[in-house]
Design a protein around this ligand. Structure first.
Ligand code: NAD
Length: 313
C-alpha cells in the first residue's frame, strides 16, 4: 500500500499513519497545521512518525498542494483533513469550514479522478444526522444536521458519493461517532474534563448533562479505516460507533473514579449545534468490514488519562 493521509498531524490522522507504517505501507502525510489548536500539540502527534523512512510529510493545505504529484503511485487515500468543532462553526467562521471541509474535499476528489486508486476513505461524522432521527442511527436515515459543521461534513460526503457515481472514484465514507483516546483534540469533551479534574478547575457543562454520546476509541476507528480501505463498498457509507453510549453525567462519574477528583462543572444552556443524542447502528460495518470495537469506555478513558498525565510530566 502507498497511502496519502490528509490531516496526518491531527488526532486521528496521526494514529492512522502510525498503524499504516506499522503494517508495512509507505505513507505520505499532508497537513496544513491549521491553528484551531497549537502546532506544538500536532508536532507531538507526529513524533512517532518523524524518524520512519516509510513516512514523509508535506506541510500544505489541500488547496495549495500539487495533488497530482502527491498522488503519483498512491493506492489508497485516507481523507481526514478538516476543520473540526461544532460550536465554532456558526457566523463568520463558517467560511473556514466550507474551505477546509467542502472545497478541499472537492479538490482532492477531482485530483483522484482517472487514477488507479483502490479506495478513498473519507472521515465523515455522526454530525450529519441531527436530532430528528430514530435511535440507533442507521445509515439510511434522513439527514438533517443541526450544526453548520455537520452540513459541511455531509456536503463532502455527498461529493464522495457523486465522484463515485460519476467518475468511479472508489470512495467509502465512515461516519465516526465521538472519537476519544490519547491525542484527543484539546477542545473535545474528555480532554477538557480530564484536564479540569487533574487541575481542580471548573469546566463548562452545556445542557442538563443527560445528553448521550456513543464514544469510539481511536484504535477502533483506525481499524475501521484500514478495513474500509480493503473491503469498503465503493460509494458506501458506514457508521463507526464504539457501542459505549452514555450520558454526560455518567462520564463525570467515570472520570471521578479514574482520577480520584470530581469534575467541577458550571452549567450553562445547551448551544445551538449540539446534538441531544448519538447512537450508532453498526450492523452494516459489522457485516462488510467485520467491524467489532473492542475497547471499553473504562479502558479507553484510562488510556487517554495516562497519556495526558505523561504529556504533562
Ligand atoms: P484534527 O483537527 O486533530 O485533525 C485534522 C487535521 O487536518 C489538522 O491537523 C489540521 O491541521 C488539518 N487540516 C485542516 N484543514 C486542512 C486543509 N485544508 N489541508 C490540509 N490539512 C488540513 O481533527 P480529528 O479529531 O483528528 O478529526 C479528523 C477527521 O475526523 C476530521 O475530518 C473530522 O471531521 C472527522 N471526525 C472526527 C471526530 C472526532 O470525534 N474527533 C468525529 C467525527 C468525524
Amino acid at each position: 500500500m502507498k497511502a496519502l493521509v490528509t490531516g496526518t498531524a491531527g488526532f486521528i490522522g496521526s494514529h492512522l499513519a502510525e498503524r499504516l507504517v506499522k503494517d508495512g505501507a509507505t505513507v505520505i502525510g499532508i497537513d496544513s497545521f491549521a491553528d484551531f489548536y497549537p502546532r506544538a500539540t500536532k508536532e507531538r502527534n507526529l513524533a512517532g512518525l518523524r524518524g520512519s523512512a516509510a513516512f514523509s510529510l508535506v506541510e500544505s493545505t489541500l488547496a495549495d498542494a500539487r495533488l497530482s504529484d502527491l498522488l503519483e503511485g498512491v493506492t489508497h487515500v485516507f481523507h481526514l483533513a478538516a476543520q473540526a468543532g461544532v460550536r465554532k462553526s456558526w457566523g463568520q467562521a463558517f467560511r473556514v469550514y466550507t474551505e477546509n471541509n467542502v472545497d478541499a474535499t472537492q479538490a482532492l476528489l477531482e485530483a483522484c479522478t482517472g487514477r488507479p486508486i483502490e479506495r478513498l476513505v473519507y472521515a465523515s461524522s455522526s454530525s450529519v444526522y441531527g436530532d430528528s432521527v430514530e435511535l440507533p442511527m442507521r445509515e439510511d436515515a434522513r439527514l438533517q444536521p443541526v450544526s453548520p459543521y455537520g452540513v459541511t461534513k455531509l456536503a463532502a460526503e455527498q461529493l464522495c458519493y457523486l465522484y463515485n457515481v460519476s467518475y468511479a472514484v472508489p470512495t467509502v465514507a465512515l461516519r465516526f461517532f465521538t472519537v476519544y483516546g490519547p491525542r484527543q483534540r484539546p477542545d473535545m469533551g474528555f480532554s477538557r474534563f480530564l484536564r479540569a479534574a487533574a487541575r481542580g478547575e471548573t469546566v463548562t457543562q452545556f445542557g442538563d448533562g443527560r445528553q448521550t454520546r456513543d464514544f469510539t476509541y481511536v484504535a477502533d476507528v483506525v481499524a475501521a479505516m484500514v478495513a474500509a480501505a480493503a473491503h469498503g463498498r465503493p460509494g458506501g457509507v458506514y457508521n463507526i460507533g464504539g457501542g459505549s453510549r452514555v450520558e454526560l453525567l455518567a462520564v463525570f462519574d467515570l472520570i471521578r473514579n479514574l482520577t480520584g477528583q470530581p469534575v467541577r462543572v458550571e452549567q450553562t444552556a445547551a448551544r445551538p449545534g449540539d446534538m441531544r443524542d448519538t447512537y450508532a447502528d453498526t450492523t452494516r460495518a459489522k457485516v462488510d468490514l467485520a467491524f467489532a470495537p473492542d475497547t471499553t469506555l473504562e479502558q479507553g478513558l484510562r488510556a487517554q488519562y495516562e497519556w495526558m498525565a505523561a504529556e504533562h510530566d
